[in-house]
Design a protein around this ligand. Sequence first.
Ligand SMILES: C[S@@+](CC[C@H](N)C(=O)[O-])C[C@H]1O[C@@H](n2cnc3c(N)ncnc32)[C@H](O)[C@@H]1O
Length: 294
Amino acid sequence: MASYLQSLYSDPDKYFEAFKVYQHRSIAMFDQQWKTEWETIIKGLSDRGVVQPDHDVRVLAVATGQGCREQKIIETLVKVVTASSFHVEIIEPVREQLEKFKADARNMTAKFPSLSFEWFENTFEGYMAKRDKDGHDHKFHLLVCVHGLYHMDDWTCTVDRFYDLLLPGGAMTNAISSGESGCGKLIVKYRDWEGNRADLLTSHDIASYMKTKELNYHVYVREDAIDVSEVFDETSAEGNMVLDFLVQRKHFRKYSPEDLLTKVLDFVKENSREENGKHYMSDAEVEIVVIKSK
Ligand SMILES: C[S@@+](CC[C@H](N)C(=O)[O-])C[C@H]1O[C@@H](n2cnc3c(N)ncnc32)[C@H](O)[C@@H]1O
């Protein structure tokens, strides 16, 4: 059903426009929680002896966009861990996003002389193909992927390759939408309604896969909520972008069959709470952390 609905990511300009609007509708109040959790993840690298003061620490950050979160992680790493140098490989296929990251990175390397970056304007799949072709086999202490698994050609294969890329004791981290929140439940329902799973993943999928691979993992859950009030106003350009981002489909209101649109809007209405005339739907992200066995 409705397989002609296009993925939002098929049009990167529209995707990043909608992503920005969606982020602005988030009430995200987990900054302090996030900071504490990331300090714990990073301290774990020293505590396990994976990173030592004379080491060159290697980090791989995949699907970074313009790298807002990734920059904070790198800065925490450089501040918390004692090492001789830090080298970060960045993979992001959309040039405009990568250029924004590069501009910020110049300030970071000026502030932290032991830090260097290497840039790959590529998909993860493209990066791996090039790496295999060039015969590179270096591994990483830390692999960071913040909301990046959704658009991979084959996310299970990606998770396997992420794990292979780690040094023993190294950490693989994936932030992903929680399957427990209102937004996550909508994703699960929607992919059944549309009959197409493309770009619609939740933490449940990743966690189940980790279990089948018998990988031990730790999860951090960060609660959030999205202001979805304008989604009900068909004349609101920003409301329509939030709607597109919720179901990851381009111009969803315009091209969706009537019954699918009704199901989605009813779900959002029934699963949102009203406060001071606004509607909020619960959202959450889950950080899934796997430590490579020694
Ligand atoms: C939701 S955004 C996350 C961006 C950033 N990590 C953040 O949390 O703000 C998903 C990112 O994945 C990138 N992406 C899509 N397909 C990819 C692929 N096959 N390999 C690597 N990155 C990909 C997109 O260009 C986009 O920047």
